[in-house]
Design a protein around this ligand. Structure first.
Ligand code: FES
Length: 266
């Protein structure tokens, strides 16, 4: 079922305020969260495999749910003990109706099981179209969520270097793999940086990149921030709040990919 998400809730200073034309029982000020095309659909987990970062898999779902690099789906299995939906990040570009999914998946999921899916959600990576040298970096996170971007870059015949402490085994030979402490060299070589790390690791990532307190990334640089996103923006729970130069934003809908120069850190 495809529908337009159009949510109204109590006012928030960062959002558009609408006060006219509402019936008298409405709050006098309301907020438009956003109006976005997304879909709900049934899908299935068609493959599971164990990786060094936990269970990875492959799902089958309709093409209108396929997430772009850095976007995600929220998935629920029929397991009654599963109280919150699970964010699924693609670990590769779709192949027909199938999408490779990055670890870690819940350990109680089984191959062949049905999933209820919602998405695609959030904002993904947006490298400049002229990018020729991609630096990818994974800190305390599986590098798999960067693989769709890696595939996209290689289709454009761009060069790709991956900086990580745990090199995955199944990367194409053309991708150069380096340890994270060489990240400052990446910033001199690349013309775009895409990173993934937990929300609380921003200061650590900046330090690894060789940046001082007030330094900015000199090339276009984006990061996918990992962390809980239980409602995917629909209930506006605020669990995913991220401090940015534009104020507090929601990783689930304003991200999870952010411009690294717009993120505030402690
Ligand atoms: S996950 Fe609830 S607002 Fe982001």
């Amino acid at each position: 079922m495809v529908f337009y998400r159009f949510c109204v809730s109590l006012v928030h200073e960062d959002f558009t305020t609408v006060t006219s034309g509402m019936p008298p029982f409405f709050p006098t000020t309301v907020k438009l969260i956003y109006n976005n095309l997304m879909a709900h659909a049934s899908g299935s987990l068609i493959e599971l495999r164990l990786t060094s970062s936990g269970l990875a898999g492959r799902i089958e779902c309709p093409a209108n749910l396929h997430p772009a690099p850095g976007q995600y789906l929220l998935a629920s299995s029929p397991d009654p003990t599963e109280t919150l939906p699970v964010p699924l990040f693609p670990a590769g570009l779709p192949e027909g109706p199938e999408v490779p999914i990055a670890p870690p998946l819940p350990s109680h999921w089984t191959a062949g099981g049905p999933l209820q899916l919602r998405g695609p959600l959030g904002r993904g990576f947006s490298p400049p179209s002229t990018t020729r040298r991609f630096a990818l970096a994974a800190l305390q996170a599986p590098a798999d969520v960067l693989f769709p971007l890696c595939e996209q870059a290689m289709r454009q015949n761009a060069s790709v270097a991956l900086y990580t402490a745990s090199p995955p085994s199944d990367l194409p030979a053309e991708v150069e793999i380096s340890p994270l402490d060489l990240l400052p060299e990446a910033l001199a070589w690349a013309d775009y940086l895409a990173a993934v790390f937990p929300r609380e690791s921003l200061a650590n990532f900046r330090r690894l990149a060789g940046l001082g307190l007030f330094d900015r990334f000199a090339i276009p640089a984006q990061a996918l921030l990992l962390g809980p996103m239980p409602c995917g923006g629909i209930a506006e729970c605020g669990v995913c709040a991220v401090r940015t130069t534009r104020g507090w934003q929601h990783a689930c809908s304003d991200g999870p990919v952010f411009d690294l120069n717009n993120l505030e850190f402690e």
